[in-house]
Design a protein around this ligand. Structure first.
Ligand SMILES: NC(=O)c1ccc[n+]([C@@H]2O[C@H](COP(=O)([O-])OP(=O)(O)OC[C@H]3O[C@@H](n4cnc5c(N)ncnc54)[C@H](OP(=O)(O)O)[C@@H]3O)[C@@H](O)[C@H]2O)c1
Length: 291
């Protein structure tokens, strides 16, 4: 492979990918532009290659362009790159957003560049750590044939895996991934508050849940959702669910509403398993529907 890579926006995700691309000789990082020369220098130091820039006009031509800015800046960056003729016909331009598709790079395609979006499904909090954790990471990829072909090879060369996604499904795909990761954390926050009210401190609660949480996630991954679901709703235990709701009401409407909302999703899994009678499912639905 090979080819020079210019980067606009190089924070946690950009630095991780750039370092991996550079180390594996997939691309040679040529120049990096961020919002300040200082952060561009920090990025090139971490990558171990590339010239830090303080302005767009300092770029020299390169066949590959990676936009690693926050989502809201991607469209503007691509417009400037095109209108100032930095990106040329035949170049590959890609961004890293999960929610936006390559259509946000339309101005680049209009001048004959090949565009794509490449979203690694991973938390990049600290590039130093993320570089070591990247192997096996799935990357959702969509865009033009030429760009996706080059990027698929690039991802595989640094140990990642590629899943193709339709451009019009990008936002929905991202919503699904966000719910799995961020909402799981939010749900744990609610659970820890409930445990605290029951006399278990948040620290004790986190320790108490750790083994069952790990086992649950592992079961979902290994055996699938239907087999991993346990508990009173899946068992059709009306009395226990009724008691839960009664107690949770004492804490306020928020925890009851989370309990009921996710209880309905839990019941949907139980229904799919066809282990509960229609009568049980009906009673449970009524209980979880609200007052
Ligand atoms: N973080 C994750 O876990 C993760 C995972 C997958 C995908 N992504 C995607 O990766 C992209 C970057 O996210 P991130 O978390 O890596 O962001 P980040 O750490 O905040 O880094 C953003 C970078 O963009 C630069 N920047 C901001 N506005 C700019 C502009 N107008 N022109 C040039 N450079 C600009 C920043 O420069 P300064 O440092 O100088 O401000 C910084 O280098 C987003 O599209 C995000 O959706 C993130």
């Amino acid at each position: 492979m090979g080819g020079a890579l210019n980067i606009v926006g190089c924070g946690r995700t950009g630095q991780t990918l750039a370092r991996l691309f550079q180390d594996a000789r997939v691309f040679q990082v040529k120049a990096v532009l961020t919002q300040s020369l200082e952060s561009a220098k920090q990025a090139t130091d971490f990558i171990g290659a590339g010239k830090p820039l303080s302005a767009m006009h300092e770029f020299e031509p390169a066949p590959i362009w990676m936009i690693g800015t926050p989502d809201e800046a991607i469209g503007d960056v691509s417009r400037v790159l095109t209108r100032c003729n930095w990106v040329r016909q035949g170049d590959v331009v890609f961004h890293l957003s999960g929610a936006l598709s390559s259509t946000v790079l339309d101005e680049c395609s209009e001048i004959g560049a090949s565009v794509a979006s490449l979203h690694p499904v991973q938390n990049f909090a600290n590039p130093e750590v993320s570089v070591g954790q990247f192997a096996g990471t799935w990357c959702a990829l969509e865009g033009d044939g030429a760009a996706t072909q080059i990027l698929r090879q690039a991802v595989e060369a640094i140990g990642g895996q590629v899943i193709a996604i339709a451009p019009h499904q990008k936002t929905l795909y991202h919503a699904g991934a966000v719910m799995a990761c961020n909402y799981l954390v939010a749900l744990l926050d609610v659970s820890l508050d409930i445990l605290r009210t029951a006399g278990v401190s948040r620290e004790q609660g986190a320790a108490l849940l750790a083994p069952i949480l790990r086992a649950t996630v592992e079961n979902v991954i290994e055996q699938g959702v239907d087999n991993a679901m346990t508990g009173p709703i899946a068992r059709g235990d009306i009395d226990i669910v009724e008691r839960h709701i009664r107690e949770l009401k004492r804490l306020g409407p928020e925890s009851v509403s989370v309990y009921r909302e996710l209880g309905r999703a839990t019941l949907a899994v139980a229904e799919r398993r066809k282990e509960l009678s229609r009568d049980k499912i009906g009673q449970m639905k009524e209980l979880l529907a609200g007052d």
